[in-house]
Design a protein around this ligand. Sequence first.
Ligand SMILES: Nc1ncnc2c1ncn2[C@@H]1O[C@H](COP(=O)(O)OP(=O)(O)O)[C@@H](O)[C@H]1O
Ligand SMILES: [Mg+2]
Length: 241
Amino acid sequence: MNDGRDVVIRCRGVVKAFENGRLRALDGVDLDIGAGEFVAIMGPSGCGKSTLLNLISALDQPDDGEIEVAGHDLRSHRHLNHFRARDIGLVFQLDNLLPGLTVRENVEVPMYGQGLSARQRHARAMQLLSFVGIEDRAAARPPELSGGERQRVAIARALANGPGVILADEPTGRLDSATSGKVLDLLESLRRNQGATVVVVTHDPAVAARADRVIRMLDGRVVEDGSNPRPAVPAAPDARP
Ligand SMILES: Nc1ncnc2c1ncn2[C@@H]1O[C@H](COP(=O)(O)OP(=O)(O)O)[C@@H](O)[C@H]1O
Ligand SMILES: [Mg+2]
């Protein structure tokens, strides 16, 4: 990341230990991710990928080091819930949708407390569901959907408040290749059409091949950080919600 773009995610000397310090899940991570980058993080199971995403999204705190996201120093930030809701969109391998709510209601959950009326929440949720291509499933409940459909709802929910940063932890891990291709198209279009910064943790070389930068981790450290030699994907027509 040396092309002069604004740095959106900055990690300096980030350490995170578990089991009373015996297990160093992150052992001094330094990382700069620029605005609008599409970054894949790879590495063997247990190397610290999810721990890193959890710290960047302020779901957990480092034992040492600094993390700055979208201009917020997470150490001194007092409104972490607000930060998470507004600035970060999170997508997990397991979609974490609430099974008792409809698809539309699930997408509305992060919008509460953001000053929108019920009518505005409803309209925005429908817009996002149409963006991810499943507005016809708005009234269904998550257990009635396929894995790919659920993951698209999870992406719509992650976009609820128009975050500048999307963090996805193995979002295609449980999907077949055709479905994961669609999920990737969607993540790519966010970067392309909305300038979002997208960070995807993945085991899947097909995902990494579409990123413009691949970061490899091992034993809690970044061991390789290179831009992807593949040419950039040409711009597509507007797909904004
Ligand atoms: N909450 C936790 N308590 C104890 N150990 C944890 C916890 N979270 C992660 N770890 C450990 O930290 C290491 C890194 O885990 P993780 O970040 O989940 O790896 P990855 O996502 O790369 O598979 C692993 O050894 C894991 O067992
Ligand atoms: Mg993980």
